[in-house]
Design a protein around this ligand. Structure first.
Ligand code: SF4
Length: 305
């Protein structure tokens, strides 16, 4: 899209969801946590308030790896962003992620077989996702403004919105494209509404930060090599802003009382917390009260969907 310099923000968050800066920050709404609350208020509570640990899946970790490699790919000069170069980056990037999160190696050690062989097989799956990316676009023809861009803005109502955008392309005309890579194993039709919610969230943030409604919101499904592009309009973003404010107010109301209700549905199959969910015969831990610090932070794995 645009000519110009590329900025990349190094991913520094811990996978468990603690603050990337380590500093206490004002509570904010992130797209992942807003989606959680919409899907199931109790899931929001477990993740944002109780901060119950969740075991990463191989698919999530692979998504994190592929996102990291694509970020590094765009740090290379144009002309060097070839599929083989990207795939060569998989293993060293994985070793760096493992150094940060050594527990991820356990994902390959649970079976009877050879963990190293299982990991190699899994890396092969990551290489297929990289190929899927190259099947959708040629990165040598692009010069993004930023990758892994941290964005944060405060709405007039005082609601703070915060998140990380996979990639931002800005044309010489000033037109903005928001790009999100989807690497997950969940069926696309299940994740699509959630993905579009996330993209509209970023569209609102960018519109408020830059005064420009993004021209395109682009979802790239790397496993099935399909892209979905959407053009929002200002009236839609105004309505969506009201939706985000309503979600935040509902979160704050529930946060005061601890009344986060379960909302069972087909996505329960992907929930790590069935054992403490009343809808599955479990009992939630005692409500710990509204969290400090920030319940709006996103984890590395949040973006690996
Ligand atoms: S199992 Fe389902 S209902 Fe229970 S917390 Fe998870 S998503 Fe909500």
């Amino acid at each position: 899209m645009a000519e110009g310099s590329t900025t990349t923000a190094t991913v520094t968050s811990s996978p468990g969801g603690s603050s990337r800066s380590g500093a206490r920050r004002r509570p904010a709404l992130s797209p992942s946590r807003a989606s959680d609350f919409k899907q199931c208020p109790l899931l929001y509570r477990f993740r944002a308030v109780d901060r119950l640990p969740e075991v990463a899946t191989k698919a999530q970790v692979r998504g994190t790896l592929v996102h990291s490699v694509l970020e590094r790919l765009f740090a290379l000069p144009q002309g060097q962003r070839a599929p083989e170069r990207a795939k060569e980056m998989l293993e060293p990037t994985w070793r760096e992620l493992l150094a940060e999160c050594p527990e991820w190696m356990e994902l390959f050690e649970s079976g009877d077989g050879d963990a190293e062989a299982a990991m190699r097989d899994w890396l092969g799956g990551a290489a297929k996702l990289v190929d899927g990316y190259f099947g959708l676009e040629d990165p040598d023809r692009l010069e993004p403004e930023a990758c892994e861009l941290h964005v944060e803005t405060e709405l007039d109502s005082g609601v703070l919105l915060r998140g990380y955008i996979d990639r931002l392309d800005v044309a010489p005309t000033g037109e903005i494209r928001v790009v999100d890579y989807k690497t997950g194993a969940a069926p696309r039709q299940i994740g699509e509404a959630k993905a579009m919610f996330q993209m509209k969230f970023y569209a609102v943030v960018l519109w408020r930060l830059r005064g420009v409604v993004p021209r395109q919101l682009k979802l790239m499904y790397l496993s099935d090599k399909q892209a979905l592009a959407y053009t929002p309009d200002e009236a839609e973003l105004v309505r969506f802003e009201r939706t985000l404010e309503a979600i935040w107010q509902a979160i704050l109301r529930a946060g005061k009382t601890g009344d986060f209700r379960p909302n069972p549905g087909k996505l329960c199959g992907w929930c790590s917390h069935q054992a403490v969910c009343p809808s599955f015969g479990g009992t939630p831990p005692e409500y710990p009260g509204w969290p400090e610090p920030d319940p709006g932070e996103e984890s590395l794995l949040d973006r690996a969907d």
